[in-house]
Structures are given as C-alpha cells and as structure tokens.
Design a protein around this ligand. Structure first.
Ligand code: SAM
Ligand code: SF4
Length: 361
C-alpha cells in the first residue's frame, strides 16, 4: 500500500461526504446518530494538551505550542458537556490528552465525572509516568479502566521513542494499577519499523505473564513530521504475523475483553511455553474500521471532533461561555454530527500536521 506523503492539512470542506455535507440526520433528542446511522455512545475527552513526554510518533522533538490555560475547558465545563453527551446517549467516557495525569486536580475531575448518572464506564489512557502515586486515588475516585502506553521494555529504546521518558516509573505505575484492582488494564504500543518492531514479542510475553491485554497500534499519520514515512510505518499484517509466529492465536469472539473500540482481539497460547495471551490489533490505515466508529472527541479547548481526521469547527467552549442554552448546544452537536465523514482518508490523501497530543488521542 502506498503511504500518505507529507503536506498541508486538508480543508474541512473536502472532508464532507461526496464533497458536500448532507443535510438530513435523525434528530432524536436522546440519541446521537450520524448520517451513516452510526450511533455515538463513546466520548473521548481530552483534558489537556500538555505532556511530560515527546513521543516520536505523536509530536516533534521540540514539542508543540500549548494553548493558554484560560483556553482550556475548566472542570465545570467538562462536567456540563459530559452530562449533555450522556443525555444524547453516551455511556462510556475516556479521559485522554496530552497526558491526563499532568492536569492538576485530575482525581477531582474523575470523581465528578464518575458521579454523573449514565456514565457506565469511565476510563483513561495514560503514559503511566505519574501513575504509581495516582493509581489508588484514581481508582477510589471512580476510574474503572486504564490503558497504559508502553512501546518497549528496553529502557534505552523507551527513552529514545518517548524522547526523555523513563521506563521504570511506567512499570511502577502498571504495578500500582494492578494492586488497586482496576476493572481492566490494557497496554498500548505503537508499532514502529526499525524502532520497536524487535520489542513486540517481549511486550507480548510481559502482557501474557502479567495477565494484561496488549494492544498493538499501527502508526497513524497524525502529528506528522519527518518521523512519518515508509521507514517507520509498519503495516498491521506484519505485526500480526510476527506475533503469530510465536503465539498460536484465534480471533477472540468471547466479548469478554471490555472496550468496544477499534481493536480486533485475538487470544491464544505461546507455541512453546503455553502461556496465554490476549492481544488486540488496531489499524486505522491498512485495515480501517470507520464503519464501526461509535465515538466523538472533545479537544482540550472544547472543540468537537466528529472524526480524528477532521479538524473540528464547533467550539462548545465558546457556546458555553456565551451562555448558550442546553437546547442550542444539543442542536449544534447534532449539526456537527451531520457533517461527520463516512471514513478517514489517511491511505489516499494527506496526513494531519496537528499532533495527537493537541487533538486528544
Ligand atoms: N499521553 C497518553 C498516552 O500516551 O497514553 C494519552 C494520549 S496519547 C495521544 C493516546 C494514545 O495515542 C497513546 O496510546 C499513543 O501511543 C497513541 N498515539 C499517539 N500518536 C499516535 C500515532 N501517530 N499513531 C498511532 N497512535 C498514536
Ligand atoms: Fe506520548 Fe501520549 Fe505524550 Fe503523545 S500525548 S507525547 S503519545 S505520552
């Protein structure tokens, strides 16, 4: 498959279905359904654009400009908007960033979100660097599930990929999370040719030993700089083949792995040791999953992004700060969903220059 080249971001208008936004959409006040009849029940809420790492696949080495603090949603605004999304049928909320654990007061935010009736599943994606001390308060505040990013178990490579991160605090964070009994802990690794493709089997063995679900994520053309390209991009088929050479895997149809996201899960045993592994493969580029997309994203500044590949033009923060009524906010959200693209175009068009940390990955 040919990879997207580097160039400027697509204008939002070219993202519309068939070149134009189609006007008709189901307007059920208690449901958020897009034009493809995909029902949105999952909100990814980015709580900050700040991060203590500079992962090579997420942002440039020098980092990215952060927005002024006053432009970030405050906790009251996040809670108000989450309540609104819950009224529209959202049941699952994931906190992300940037690095959510660098947002001051994050435990308090978790407590407030967990108390919203209708939030059945409250989860977080974190790089784990600050988790060792926060796992217990987060669990007590009502956080149910955690995804922890860890791209390699080699400390030197870890520092190289994360540009200054450190492996040991992340391992300590994972251990702390295991001790306090989250409903589920998954490990996330972005697969990178020439960087961590020799680290994937050790990660599988670690996940198998620790009884954790591992998700291997195909590198997406987001936050693209000189790092993106055929030298670093590894198609999911190659990753899967590598894992299957060591583990005899079958697709997992049990539905026991919580999440309902884009990962396709497999389960099986190590061909020699017999150790059991549960592993998910996430591929937005070579095996895209847009038809099953059930999510909406809210950026740290309150911009609604119907799709990761769309720029997003609706500022719910500005509407809130201008005193918009609940009805007006709901109407605006429905309108935005009417413009949701049928699918991203990463394989054929151009990548986005905006970093994943700024969007809210
Ligand atoms: N800082 C937290 C972390 O790293 O887990 C949460 C935010 S991060 C943007 C969310 C997830 O996106 C991480 O698992 C990260 O590995 C993944 N990610 C970032 N940039 C990516 C890219 N270009 N392609 C694929 N996954 C990416
Ligand atoms: Fe890495 Fe997450 Fe920070 Fe991006 S936001 S640089 S993926 S830790």
């Amino acid at each position: 498959m040919s990879l997207p080249s580097r160039c400027a971001e697509r204008p939002a208008s070219s993202l519309a279905i068939g070149g134009a936004v189609r006007p008709e959409i189901l307007r059920n006040p208690f449901q958020l359904v897009d034009l493809q009849r995909r029902q949105v029940e999952y909100l990814r809420l980015s709580v900050t654009d700040r991060c203590n790492y500079r992962c090579s696949y997420c942002m440039p080495a020098e980092g990215v400009d952060v927005v002024p603090r006053a432009d970030l949603l405050d906790f009251d605004e996040m809670v108000t908007l989450t309540r609104l999304f819950v009224q529209l049928g959202v049941r699952r909320v994931r906190l992300t960033g940037g690095e959510p654990l660098v947002r001051r007061g994050i435990v308090d935010l978790v407590r407030q979100l967990a108390a919203i009736p209708g939030v059945d599943d409250l989860a977080m994606t974190t790089n784990g660097h600050l988790l060792a001390n926060l796992a217990e308060p987060l669990r007590e505040a009502g956080l149910q599930r955690l995804n922890i990013s860890i791209d390699t178990l080699d400390p030197r490579k870890f520092a190289e990929v994360s540009r200054g991160g450190a492996l040991q605090p992340v391992l300590d964070g994972i251990a702390a999370a295991q001790r306090v009994g989250f409903a589920s802990i998954k490990l996330n690794a972005v697969t990178l040719k020439g960087l961590n493709d020799d680290a994937l089997l050790p990660l599988c063995d670690f996940a198998a030993r620790e009884n954790l679900v591992l998700r291997l994520i195909e590198y997406m053309p987001i936050g693209v700089d000189a790092f993106w390209g055929p030298e670093t991009w590894l198609p999911v088929a190659e990753t899967r083949a590598q894992v299957m050479a060591a583990y005899a895997l079958e697709p997992d149809e049990s539905g026991e792995i919580p999440g309902g996201g884009p990962a396709r899960y497999w389960r099986g045993r190590h061909r020699q040791t017999g150790q059991e592994l549960r592993v998910g493969f996430i591929s937005a580029v070579s095996e895209k999953f847009c038809e099953a997309c059930n999510r909406v994203r809210l950026s740290p500044t309150g911009t609604l992004r119907e799709c990761l590949s769309a720029r997003g033009s609706l500022s719910l923060r500005d509407l809130l700060r201008s005193g918009a009524t609940e009805a007006a906010l709901t109407e605006a959200i429905h309108d935005a969903m009417a413009g949701k693209v049928e699918g991203h175009n990463y394989d054929a068009a151009v990548p986005t220059l905006e970093s994943m940390s700024a969007i809210g990955g």
